[in-house]
Write a protein that binds this ligand. Structure first.
Ligand SMILES: C[S@@+](CC[C@H](N)C(=O)[O-])C[C@H]1O[C@@H](n2cnc3c(N)ncnc32)[C@H](O)[C@@H]1O
Length: 150
């Protein structure tokens, strides 16, 4: 859901039949294309993850949201709470039964905190199956949730 430098996409390409990778940043798509040059099972899409349903018609086994901004780039092109919530809802609709969403929040900056609170509230109020929460023992370290659709 956030291609960035293509690291998560490469990981997924090695274990999947096909990967769709989205990013609003042209720079991220260029970096990812380089990183994934030898992979033939990846579709890179320069668009917001808010629009995933325009591109994906299949059921999906696993979504990865690695939020925030592209390292060493424009920090203003950051994921935004309301868009992330829309994308999360669409991803959940496209997820197959028993599939997973892995989502990592970076709460060290203001927008990241708002994003975390909004999504956390939505996930808990709607009683999604939250399998795991990872958080290092450090102030404002990233938080990762693993959610399963059941
Ligand atoms: C932390 S980086 C992702 C790292 C990446 N998964 C990797 O493996 O290198 C966050 C990315 O989200 C992208 N982004 C921000 N808003 C977005 C949106 N609405 N839709 C898709 N990508 C977005 C940024 O451009 C940035 O590249």
């Amino acid at each position: 859901m956030t291609a960035g430098n293509g690291n998560d996409t490469l990981f997924l390409a090695n274990i999947s039949k096909h990967v769709y990778a989205f990013d609003i940043s042209q720079e991220a798509i260029i970096r990812s294309r380089k990183r994934l040059a030898e992979k033939h099972n990846v579709t890179l899409i320069c668009d917001s993850h808010v629009n995933i349903d325009k591109y994906i018609k299949d059921k999906i086994r696993l979504f990865i949201f690695n939020l925030g901004y592209l390292p060493n780039s424009d920090e203003l092109r950051i994921t935004k709470a309301n868009d992330t919530l829309v994308a999360f809802k669409k991803a959940y609709d496209l997820l197959e039964e028993g599939g997973y969403i892995i989502i990592t929040f970076y709460i060290g900056h203001r927008g990241g905190k708002d994003e975390y609170y909004l999504l956390d509230d939505y996930i808990k109020k709607n009683r999604f199956q939250l399998l795991e929460t990872y958080r290092q023992d450090r102030i404002e370290s990233p938080i990762t949730y693993i959610i399963r659709k059941s």
